[in-house]
Design a protein around this ligand. Structure first.
Ligand code: F6P
Length: 498
């Protein structure tokens, strides 16, 4: 596999030249010169539609980006990813999240753990999991942080209401006691189950929450009660979970990165929320996107196109941030989820060989659901001094009032057009002009169900992987989070007042 810097590729200076040549071409002119681009720059894969026509690129740029991907050895890297090779070099591990959703082709321990996860979820849904005093569980509190929190939290918010035959599910991730208090509001201790999700079983915030949960239970139950029926652990660290005292431990493996783990037993609370068939459908949607990524030709391959578009905006148009704008309330947590996925994976300044990079890597990812953002930060998107490429995520159909959906869709389209084409009306004062030429992608799903959510999240996972290959980064470690952890431990170890 190729671990040279991308700037050494023949296509890199070609892309720089294309960026210089196209700098003055407005998106209005691109459409005027080439009206067919609207149709030509539409792509579809695994049920997701991607529209690149409002990006500041053309066929020549796309071709050069494709050459860059091939010079970077993307095919060999992709094979290594799917084969479970140890591509996470600094931790000597694979990044084999695709195996978690490989169905019958998944490793036997993955299939066995999925069966167990679904059985436990079914027991909880049927009221057949009993607490220490023989009461059925009515509240599940998921304790975890980062990748052990964001995926299930996002998916429960996106899909939970589609199947409500489940104990109530709450999440607590912050070590701020208010977070746990909020998750426990109205809960009855003898009917509450804590799902402690921590790959390492040593993350301080999660362990502090788990200990506080144990104290909350102990205070409410007769002294000496065995509380283990109120805890399930999901972890790679089986010994620490056993010492903590849990009824069941569902395993993780070294090759499951936190931010890629929603497909594993980490999704237990989600499996409770949407049921076994919903959870399996999520996995199969992700697997469809894996197949698309693996087999679709590069020129029509959604993760590759999305990744290369991001490279173009970051490295050749100089955009430092990227907005994620889901036009779907149920995807309100997608920006937070993608912040971890993209910035923890590719927010790096040295490459796979430890060399300081001489090019930009991951942009700052941010965003919020539309239409709310239109009444706040979209001002900057339209008229600010920075160009912020955006992803509009649009859901075509769904339950609820059809007229409201029509309005929602119209706003997404209008925002993208206003960004792209702007407003140049000499009769208006300067502050009413919109410069336009601000690029966006449109990602469209038919509806927001488990299959499409699986497809969408896998699409972004592979986008991040492709960008890591282009930037010559190890996308699967996160050493940047360690220093703060050890400093906090040192501060906590000091005597009070020191
Ligand atoms: O601190 C960052 C991080 O390591 C993430 O990468 C991870 O998803 C999260 O913490 C939680 O880690 P764990 O599952 O080990 O508690």
């Amino acid at each position: 596999v190729n671990t040279t810097p991308p700037t050494g590729c023949a296509s890199w200076p070609q892309l720089e030249a294309l960026a210089r040549a196209g700098a003055k071409i407005h998106l209005r002119d691109r459409f005027a010169m080439d009206p067919a681009r609207g149709g030509r720059l539409q792509f579809e894969g695994a049920g997701v539609r991607l529209d690149l026509s409002l990006q500041r690129l053309d066929d020549a740029v796309l071709a050069a980006l494709q050459r860059l991907a091939s010079e970077r050895g993307l095919e060999a890297w992709r094979e290594a990813l799917f084969a479970g090779e140890r591509i996470n070099s600094t931790e000597n591990r694979a990044a084999w999240h695709t195996a978690l959703r490989a169905g019958e082709r998944a490793p036997s321990e993955v299939r066995a753990t999925l069966e167990r996860t679904c059985r436990i979820a079914a027991r909880l849904r049927a009221g057949a999991w009993l607490g220490a005093s023989g009461q059925p569980i009515e509240r599940i509190v998921h304790l975890g942080t980062g990748g052990s929190d964001l995926g299930p939290r996002l998916a429960c918010q996106a899909l939970g209401q589609l199947n409500s035959n489940s104990p109530a599910i709450r999440f607590a991730s912050n070590v701020d006691p208010d977070d746990l208090d909020r998750a426990l509001a109205g809960a009855m201790p003898d009917r509450t189950l804590f799902v402690v999700v921590s790959k390492t079983f040593s993350t301080q915030e999660t362990m502090a929450n788990a200990s506080a949960a144990r104290r909350w239970l102990a205070n409410a139950m007769p002294a000496g009660t065995d509380l283990s029926a109120h805890f399930i652990a999901i972890t790679e660290n089986l010994a620490s979970a056993a010492r903590f005292g849990v009824a069941e431990t569902l395993p993780l493996w070294p090759w499951v990165g936190g931010r890629f783990s929603v497909w594993s037993a980490v999704g237990l609370a989600l499996a409770c929320a949407i049921g076994e068939s919903g959870f399996r459908t999520l996995l199969s949607g992700a697997h469809e996107m894996d197949d698309h990524f693996l087999h679709a030709e590069s020129e029509r391959n959604l993760p590759i196109l999305l990744a290369l578009t991001g490279i173009w905006n970051t490295n050749f148009l100089g955009c430092a941030t990227h907005a994620v704008l889901p036009y779907a309330t149920r995807l309100g947590l997608l920006p937070a989820y993608l912040q971890q996925l993209e910035m923890e994976s590719n927010g790096k300044r040295v490459d796979r060989e430890g060399r300081e990079v001489e090019y930009a890597t991951a942009p700052v990812v941010w965003g919020a659901e539309g239409t709310a953002g239109q009444h706040s930060f979209h001002q900057l998107l339209h008229q600010g001094t920075q160009i912020v490429p955006a992803d509009f995520i649009v859901v075509r159909d769904g339950p609820g009032d059809a007229e409201m959906r029509r309005i929602l869709g119209a706003h997404a389209t209008a925002q993208a057009r206003a960004l792209a084409f702007g407003l140049d009306d000499p009769s208006l004062p300067a502050w009413r002009q919109h410069p336009g030429n601000r690029p966006s992608c449109r990602l469209e799903l038919d509806m927001l169900d488990a299959r499409n959510l699986g497809r969408l999240l896998a699409l972004y996972e592979h986008k991040v992987f492709v960008q890591g290959v282009i930037w010559n980064l190890n996308s699967f470690d996160q050493w940047g989070v360690e220093l703060g952890k050890s400093l906090a431990a040192g501060i906590l170890a000091r005597p009070p007042g020191a």
